[in-house]
Ligand binder design. Sequence first.
Ligand code: GLP
Length: 241
Amino acid sequence: MQVHVFGGADEAARAVAMVIASEILKKPDAVLGLATGSTPVPVYRALIEMGRQGLIDFSRVRTFNLDEYVGLSPDHPQSYRRFMNEQLFDHININKANTRVPSGVAADLRAEAAAYDRAIEAAGGIDLQLLGIGVNGHIGFNEPASAFPHATHVVDIAPSTVQANARFFDNADEVPRRAVTLGIGGIMAARRVVLLAVGRGKAPVIQKTVAGDATPDVPASILRFHPNAQLFLDREAAGLL
Ligand code: GLP
């Protein structure tokens, strides 16, 4: 796992956007694994700008998002599908039919999860997986657990994550308690993984991810075993390394 430290959060986000842009330039029909949360927003902003300037063509790019809240329909203001449309897809020349977010409202969520993994496989696998990280070390919605879950699955969101994500909802009671998420196996199968973390709030978990035990109790720590994983950090997130 390589660690890149930047002076500021914007610089780190721009560097991640450059990595994604070069992937698309190299492979115009690249399969991108995308993430939500506040951290990737500046990355998406930079990609939108590069698209406007005609530097990248998204028309053949395919995307799979990491996760979705169970019970939120695609048009719910806090659904990750809506987030992706608003933060990225509505502003670039991507074919929306080539953008996938797991459904949180499928009648059979297990079947939906299995179909999601099959769709990723049919697309040839993920070329580049973008990740944020939760303060408890979660990636996607893979929460601290006793084992690393392999496939896309339905998960109970940890109470600390419910609290952390309450800022996006009117109150913590409105935060869904379950999500559909790509498994750790799905993330590890990506050919390249880029995790972006900024701010001092992430420093303790980045320290554990990089230098603590590799354990399912800190899900991101498994990235140490990925052959092509990079952490992009600002100085604050790297503050305890
Ligand atoms: C959510 C998402 C994660 C994201 C995390 C951190 O729980 N499921 O994919 O990494 O939040 O969010 P933020 O970037 O806002 O700190």
